[in-house]
Design a protein around this ligand. Structure first.
Ligand SMILES: [Zn+2]
Length: 125
């Protein structure tokens, strides 16, 4: 049997629930959300592969509105695969703000691995 999760808060829900019993969001309206909004929500998913995929998709879409959130991921995340995905997404978004955040990570991020990845992405552009 499949287990269903709320796409807003990731609590377990029933397959036919119209509203999440935990956060109260309308599950019926989720299907009408733009793809980018669904990807932004997926950044909160507790599973790493789903978050990584959402980060990559937002970068490929050049979703400028994700810049702040991607920058926060760089500040708070510890998983290197997610950090690398966030750096690549900022490179893909490519506007001045995203590039500034990439430069900041290259200069000052607490992890030498992240600084090195950020530098190599900047050198390749
Ligand atoms: Zn919920």
């Amino acid at each position: 049997m499949l287990t269903w999760f709320c796409p807003y808060c990731w609590a377990e829900i029933g397959e036919r629930d119209e509203r999440c019993g935990h956060c109260g969001e309308s599950l019926a309206e989720y299907g009408n959300l733009p793809y980018a909004d669904k990807q932004m929500l997926a950044l909160r998913c507790p599973t790493t592969p789903t978050r990584a995929s959402a980060i990559t998709n937002l970068g490929r879409m050049r979703h400028y509105a994700a810049t702040e959130t991607l920058s926060r991921i760089l500040d708070e995340e510890e998983d290197v695969s997610l950090l690398a995905a966030a750096l690549e997404a900022l490179r893909d978004i490519g506007n001045d703000d995203a590039r500034d955040r990439l430069l900041r990570a290259a200069d000052r991020h607490g992890s030498p691995v992240v600084r090195r990845i950020a530098r190599s992405l900047l050198e390749a552009t």
